[in-house]
Design a protein around this ligand. Structure first.
Ligand SMILES: O=C(O)CCC(=O)C(=O)O
Ligand SMILES: [Fe+2]
Length: 352
């Protein structure tokens, strides 16, 4: 590896991967990442369940069946492909193109949004907490988009105008979808719609764009360390049709085969807590490709910052089950707040 102008090792793996004949630097080399599940005649490759939004909003006749199915998917898997979600296809395509454009910008442009010491929002790589910490083979851009007063003035407002406008439109559409989906996901586990809406209305929302460069020795690195999302739910878009996301199901790492036009929806820790453990915040990771770059866009939906997060009051009342999790204040709790702000990539379920 030879840089004319060496970059800080943790500034951009995208730049590093552009060099010919690279030797993977030590801080990217992971010891024995767990292998991907290999199917055989007795155990075929499982696939992520599909939820059809039309069934949930129009399937009045069989609504009980649809809710039961949604509940079992969120319980067994904690992840599904959402089809017929109603978000305009051309807007989604535009969003994908703008994200690709962002990562195509010269490094100097992207470094205008560079992560600063101790901050979580901006452009960069895994934050180094400790000496010897391994770094994921990916560059990321993370920022809070809602509530509006929490937006950083040097991030979204400074974006290239097309990216900024497209992201704003995309956010509005996903907020509409999120509101409907939260109501139904709550209903499927006996949480009052009003309680759900009250907690998530004008909630904390954030976005992460991730660029996974190709890696000549993909088995030596990890694109995204195994984690569960600290969010309520996550909407995930695979931007350039290159696979890499995997979920841990029954102890095995299963690749997620994104359907065209679907969002992959993750149940996050907060929904697991609110459902008193009925729903599962699934562990997931991303692997990288030997020859192709991969790009993804994740939108995280959380309760509002002043909300208390714990097992839902209406659910506990109706089921009379004892709460299995503590109730924490969304913003003030020392464990929850930094984890939510970073949507950190260390797997842990809080306060179980
Ligand atoms: O890149 C992906 O597909 C996964 C992204 C993800 O899990 C995250 O940003 O939390
Ligand atoms: Fe995630």
């Amino acid at each position: 590896m030879a840089f004319a102008q060496p970059l800080m090792s943790h500034e951009s793996v995208q730049e590093l991967a552009k060099e010919h004949n690279i030797t993977i630097p030590d801080h990217y080399v992971q010891e024995h990442p767990e292998p991907t599940f290999v199917p055989n005649d007795c155990l075929p490759m499982p696939s992520i369940p599909i939820i059809d939004m039309n069934d949930l909003i129009m399937g009045r006749l069989n609504m009980d069946l649809h809710l039961k199915h949604l509940r079992s998917v969120c319980h067994e898997w904690g992840i599904f492909q959402l089809v017929n979600h109603g978000v305009d296809k051309s807007l989604v395509e535009k969003m994908k193109n703008e994200v690709i454009e962002f990562f195509t910008l010269p490094i100097e442009e992207k470094l205008r949004y560079k992560l600063k010491g101790g901050e979580y929002e901006g452009y960069g790589q895994t934050i180094l907490h400790a000496q010897g910490q391994k770094i994921d083979w990916a560059d990321r851009f993370y920022m809070i988009t809602n509530p509006l007063h929490r937006r950083k003035s040097n991030l979204l407002p400074e974006f290239p105008p097309l990216l900024r406008d497209t992201l704003e439109n995309y956010l509005l559409e996903l907020q509409k979808l999120g509101r409907t989906l939260f109501g139904i996901i709550g209903q499927a586990v006996d949480i009052d719609k009003e309680e759900m809406l009250e907690i998530f209305e004008d909630g904390m929302q954030s976005v992460r764009m991730t660029y996974y460069p190709p890696c000549p020795q993909p088995d030596l690195v990890v694109g995204l360390t195994p984690h569960s999302d600290a969010a309520g739910i996550t909407f995930l878009l695979q931007v350039n049709n290159v696979e890499g996301l995997q979920v841990k199901k029954d102890g095995a790492w299963i690749p997620v085969n994104f359907l065209p036009d679907a969002f992959v929806v993750n149940v996050g820790d907060i929904l697991e807590i609110m459902s008193n453990g009925v729903y599962t915040s699934i562990e997931h990771r991303a692997v990288v490709n030997a020859t192709k770059e991969r790009i993804s866009l994740a939108m995280f939906f959380n309760p509002k910052l002043e909300a208390d997060v714990g097992p839902s009051k209406s659910l506990i009342k109706s089921t009379r089950n004892p709460p299995l999790y503590k109730t924490l204040m969304m913003e003030q709790d020392k464990k929850l707040a930094p984890r939510l702000l970073a949507v950190s990539v260390t797997y842990m379920i809080i306060s179980r």
